[in-house]
Design a protein around this ligand. Structure first.
Ligand code: SAM
Length: 480
């Protein structure tokens, strides 16, 4: 069984395994936790992750329950600490930037926190070598395809979670499925499909619910023709413990098809994220395909070279005893047209196109009260503060009326603030933090990423001979 933290994260972070350092929702750092400092960074504490929220020695991150909040440490740079004047300036600038970001972040946390409290980070685990808490904190998360997609090193455009969850669902990817993926690119889809087809969860038993029978092992057959990308992904898959589940081949699939060392992947599902998927389709047939007509007019292949010049008989890369589900991912409608044309000629049916359009809603509690920043603004822009003050007094008044008299007074004109009471009101509002009673509001992301790609789905039915029909009739106890 695999020990991949993506599939079996266990209860705690483990040395030499991947963990995700969560700084903010959109800012996460994947890190393999190592006690020893192989890169010789020169920290007394060993290996250290430096973030804009402070420094985190790996020793403070290993062996913690997933989800733990960890405080930054003051780290000792040892001999490496002798820096030049320029370095000192840079360090000071970085520190002040970090402090600024932290202030902003804690304000955000105040608005975001559901119960209105700013949570205090817990004390780090016993024995952790935290010298002294410095600036900020992080959360430690187990890796998942979702947080890996957000944090992975981008080598290409990637397929994001809203698209790949829908694609895997339509491809009927499930434990035991063999899925072909080309091109693999940065491996975002690879990780999501590896989790979908993995069949080694002990609690699952086999497809019939029994734990004694052997479950069909699913696999991701991944192809990438760019050498460096192929090498990087191969290393990542190894580092993530996914070797047995993902098999990566360095190959131009449009030229050389999908057999691996002459062996068929026996694919039940296919995902093509390629610039010209129609060139790969003639390799995804059940028997030798006819020459394609129209702009896709390319010669059919009856052999897979694999560097071997002698022609071999046609071997299909598809599962012969099940319908095969296919998805292609193309940004332009012209690519879709050419793909659909090739699909029709090659016998694919049930062809449809979908575009996934994701919109994110931010839900937060509208803060009532006034903070020190606004108080400072009093000196610079009294007019705008007056306006804000008037609004706050109104909201406060509405709330008071509602709580004391059960009367809703929103929208009613309230009295103007007496300028003599201005300072007093301001002070009382600063004291109060009534945002538990604040109104829940939502707003959509300002920059909505609309178009990613068009998803074309199709099904290649199982071939059905007379013998198959006879066998089926003999097996099924139904009379027609
Ligand atoms: N789906 C990937 C992900 O989620 O990270 C991203 C794929 S990227 C957009 C497309 C990849 O296809 C590139 O890395 C490119 O090198 C590869 N590619 C293009 N044509 C190919 C071909 N004929 N055979 C194999 N790979 C190919």
């Amino acid at each position: 069984p695999t020990t991949s933290p993506f599939l079996h994260p266990g209860p705690c972070s483990v040395e030499d395994k991947l963990a995700i350092i969560h700084l903010r929702r959109d800012l996460q750092l994947p890190t393999i936790l190592r006690q020893r400092d192989d890169d010789n960074e020169g920290y007394v504490e060993g290996k250290v992750v430096n973030t804009r929220f402070g420094s985190f020695p790996h020793s403070t991150l290993i062996g913690l329950p997933w989800g733990s909040q960890v405080r930054a440490s003051k780290v000792d740079t040892g001999s490496r600490g002798r820096r030049g004047k320029g370095d000192e300036k840079k360090r000071k600038r970085e520190e002040s930037e970090a402090a600024e970001i932290l202030t902003k972040r804690s304000k955000l946390a105040e608005t975001e926190d559901d119960d209105g409290e700013v949570s205090t980070p817990p004390t780090p685990k016993e024995g952790a070598e935290v010298v002294a808490a410095s600036s900020g904190f992080i959360h430690l998360l187990p890796p998942t395809p979702e947080n890996w997609t957000i944090s992975l090193p981008h080598r290409t455009q990637v397929v994001y979670t809203p698209d790949y969850s829908y694609i895997l669902h339509r491809l009927r990817a499930r434990p035991g499925t063999n899925i072909i993926e080309a091109g693999a690119g940065s491996g975002s889809f690879t990780h999501a499909s590896a989790r979908a087809v993995y069949s080694g969860y002990p609690e699952m038993g086999d497809v019939n619910g029994s734990t004694t029978k052997k479950r069909k092992r699913g696999k991701v057959w991944s192809f990438e023709f760019h050498e460096q990308r192929h090498m990087k992904l191969e290393k990542e898959i190894h580092d993530h413990g996914l070797d047995g589940i993902v098999q990566i081949t360095h190959r131009d699939v449009c030229e050389d098809g999908f057999l691996v060392n002459g062996e068929s992947p026996n694919a039940d599902a296919i995902f093509l994220d390629l610039p010209a998927p129609w060139l790969a389709l003639p390799h995804l047939t059940r028997s030798k395909p006819p020459p394609l007509k129209g702009p896709n007019g390319i010669a059919p292949t009856d052999s897979v070279s694999n560097g071997d010049a002698s022609p071999k008989p046609f071997v299909s890369p598809l599962n012969p005893s099940a319908p095969v589900h296919l998805c292609t991912f193309s940004p332009c409608i012209e690519q879709v047209q050419r793909t659909v044309s090739a699909m029709r000629q090659l016998g694919w049916v049930d062809i449809s196109m979908v575009e996934v359009s994701q919109k994110r809603f931010d839900i937060l509690r509208q803060r009532i009260g006034i903070d020190n920043g606004a108080q400072r603004g009093l000196q610079t822009s009294p007019a705008s503060v007056d306006e804000a003050l008037q609004r706050l007094v109104e909201v406060e008044g509405n709330l008071r009326n509602f709580h004391e008299q059960g009367e809703r007074t929103e929208g009613k004109k309230s009295e103007k603030i007496n300028p003599n009471n201005r300072e007093k009101i301001l002070e009382s509002l600063v004291e109060k933090k009534v945002y538990k009673e604040g109104r829940l509001v939502h707003r959509t992301e300002q920059e909505v990423k609309t178009h990613t790609s068009y998803l074309v789905f199709a099904v290649l039915p199982q071939e059905w001979s007379e013998e198959d029909e006879k066998r089926a009739r003999a097996e099924w106890p139904i009379k027609i």
